[in-house]
Design a protein around this ligand. Structure first.
Ligand code: N2P
Length: 390
């Protein structure tokens, strides 16, 4: 009988230590008659020997204390860098040895990175908070990442047209606002008027071409070069009216460099808040175009050559805590896909229809998608020709 108890106790110890590379396996305790059935599980996740985590994210896309809170709780030093768009992240990943342990690609863009083997699978057994995620939301991501093997949601939003209301009204001089807000930046009738107060586009082919294709009545993620030609022709007509291609949109909007812009929903709201805080009179508004906004679901992924994979899982699990998901919406105006977070999101945020879209606007969104490598050349050429004004 005594022997039997010991075997159970020992296998429990072995089980508990299984997968914990860095901690020495506990020496089995001397057999005693009343040995506990199983020792208490060690607190906290398994971490890497080197207490470092290298994170690569978009600018202005993390809540104020998240990194410091994580560092404090886990004793891990986070090195945090930012990239400007999916294209820049992609180039880093393709070059290899990026040094990053967690990167935040947009799901649609990440498809070809997954197909190309650039990410390693997520070990969901290490994510104690995974059940906080909304299953409907996860099934959307599964469209590009089958079985949600590689991507864990960070936040989502949509690329849309935003305006400085007063400046746009003034520049339009009595001309009524178009029903489809994309007309403001894609139709010469409007853009030629808004030129005076400034039009800004996000500086990224994969942000501009899907909406341009959609605008000319083609599939947003078309693989047909002819469609790109058509979108390119449309863009060419408004090129002279575009003042800047921006990678610092919050500053550019708040600083008054543009009155009409193609930007990210949350960032436009952040700029609006900044203008208000500093006593500015102008209202900055993200519009909900009848012509659709381009949805983006940004996700955490672990590059295949990451060096701190355990730390990366600890960070992902930490981020999936309800409070951290709620803070993302409350502080940065981006919903997260964390269902458990909803209860802690402020009413003013939850009721803001430019953050949590209503059913009608949701139905109008251009759904998650991505381009294959085959069309990448055409995509970049079309964009660059537009930018150069060719
Ligand atoms: C940057 C957040 C937007 C990311 N502040 C767009 N994919």
């Amino acid at each position: 009988m005594k022997k039997h108890v010991l075997v159970i106790a020992m296998s429990a110890i072995l089980l508990a230590s299984c997968g914990k590379k860095e901690e020495p396996v506990a020496a089995p305790a001397a057999p005693v008659a009343a040995a506990p059935a199983a020792p208490a599980a060690p607190a906290g996740p398994v971490l890497d020997d080197e207490k470092i985590l290298n994170v690569y994210n978009w600018p202005d896309y993390i809540t104020e204390t998240l990194v410091a809170d994580f560092e404090k709780e886990f004793g891990i030093k986070v090195n945090y860098d930012t990239f400007e768009n999916n294209e820049a992240l992609h180039a880093k990943l393709v070059a290899g040895n990026s040094g990053y342990d967690i990167v935040i690609p947009t799901a649609g863009f990440a498809k070809k990175q997954i197909d190309g083997g650039l990410y390693q699978p997520i070990d969901k057994t290490k994510l104690t908070n995974y059940a906080n995620l909304d299953t409907d939301f996860m099934s959307k991501i599964a469209g590009v990442d089958p079985e949600n093997k590689h991507l864990v949601p960070w936040a989502w939003g949509f690329t849309t047209v935003g305006i400085n209301k007063q400046k746009v009204e003034k520049a339009l001089g009595g001309m009524p606002m178009p029903e489809n807000a994309w007309d403001l930046v894609f139709k010469p009738e409007y853009s030629s008027k808004l030129k005076s107060c400034g039009i800004a586009y996000l500086d990224s082919p994969s942000e501009i071409l899907p909406v341009a294709l959609h605008y000319v009545g083609k599939p947003p993620y078309s693989e047909n070069p002819e469609d790109f030609k058509l979108a390119g022709e449309m863009l060419k007509k408004v090129r002279k009216d575009v003042r800047l291609f921006s990678s610092t949109m919050i500053d550019d909007i708040a600083g008054g460099k543009a009155c009409a812009f193609v930007g990210w929903s949350g960032d436009i709201n952040i700029a609006a808040g900044r203008v208000k805080e500093t006593g500015g009179k102008d209202e900055i508004v993200p519009l909900l175009p009848t012509g659709g906004g381009l949805v983006f679901i940004d996700t955490m992924a672990i590059p295949k050559d990451a060096k701190h994979v355990n730390n990366a899982h600890a960070f992902i699990d930490f981020y999936l805590r309800a409070a951290n998901g709620a803070a993302m919406a409350n502080e940065l105006n981006y919903p997260t896909g964390n269902k458990a977070a909803l209860a802690d999101i402020k009413d003013e945020v939850k009721n803001n229809k430019t953050i949590f879209l209503g059913a009608e606007d949701t139905a109008r969104l251009i759904p998650t998608g991505g381009y294959s490598n085959d069309i990448a050349g055409t995509l970049n050429e079309t964009y660059n020709a537009f930018k150069r004004g060719k």
